[in-house]
Write a protein that binds this ligand. Structure first.
Ligand code: CTP
Ligand code: MG
Length: 223
């Protein structure tokens, strides 16, 4: 089966606060984006499209020579649509599966990719990897007073890669809306979204703490 991965990597990394776009931050000798693309290719994905800020196009082509590189947008969904426009529906032969994968989930193990791809090939239009929530969750009002303790048992923390039949992803993005993940756009259209097991190693490098953890894992050879 043929698989394409779209990698939004055009964010500025405000919460990380590294002073450069997050995907270009060093992670034990390779950038976050390089490690992400390495992982995607190691998982057997045939074609990779990366969206980055306009001023980093040339640097990205040098950093990840095996990837197609496009200019991203001002919000994540725009960056995904820039990748989509350059591949699926751009006259190239349609892949069996399209994955959308955050550059910031650079240490995602190959088994997660395999579970997502297999679920799409078995007939699901949209597939997401997810893990149980471990903390106690409370709803808090603006004054800092607890309103309620939320039952966490049906809740899941959602990761990437998210997998789609090409037609389903194109339909999800047709509205031009923004969402924090692609499955959210599919849900808004009433499409069914199937959940498979994620992996704690697919955590998103968002804060300085996440970056410290990711660096330790790389230095220890655990990722
Ligand atoms: N992303 C993107 N284009 C945007 C915004 C985000 O391609 N306009 C990408 C990021 O590069 C990242 C993924 O979407 O790989 C997940 O976003 P997030 O973790 O929020 O990254 P940033 O938006 O860069 O971080 P922050 O929200 O802290 O600024
Ligand atoms: Mg963001």
């Amino acid at each position: 089966a043929s698989t394409v991965a779209l990698i939004p990597a055009a964010g500025s990394g405000t919460r990380l606060g590294a002073g450069i776009p997050k995907a270009f931050v060093d992670l034990a000798g390779r950038t976050i984006l390089q490690r992400c693309v390495d992982g995607v290719l190691a998982a057997g994905v045939g074609h990779v499209v990366v969206a980055v800020p306009a001023d980093l196009i040339a640097a990205t082509r040098a950093d990840v020579p095996d990837a197609q590189v496009v200019v991203g947008g001002s919000v994540r969904s725009d960056s995904v649509r820039a990748c989509l426009a350059a591949t699926v529906g751009a006259g190239t032969s349609e892949p069996d599966v399209v994955l959308v994968h955050d550059a910031a989930r650079a240490l995602t193990p190959p088994a997660v990719f395999a579970r997502v791809v297999d679920a799409v090939l078995s007939g699901h239009d949209a597939v997401i990897p997810a893990v149980p929530v471990t903390d106690t969750l409370k709803r808090v009002d603006v004054d800092g007073t607890v309103v309620a303790t939320v039952d966490r048992s049906p809740l899941r923390a959602v990761q990437t890669p998210q997998g789609f039949r090409p037609e389903a992803l194109a339909r999800a993005h047709a509205s031009g809306a923004d969402a924090t993940d692609d499955a959210g756009l599919a849900e808004a259209l009433g499409m069914g979204v199937h959940v498979v097991d994620g992996d704690l190693m697919a955590f998103k490098i968002t804060t300085e703490w996440d970056l410290r953890l990711a660096r330790m894992l790389c230095e220890q050879g655990a990722a």
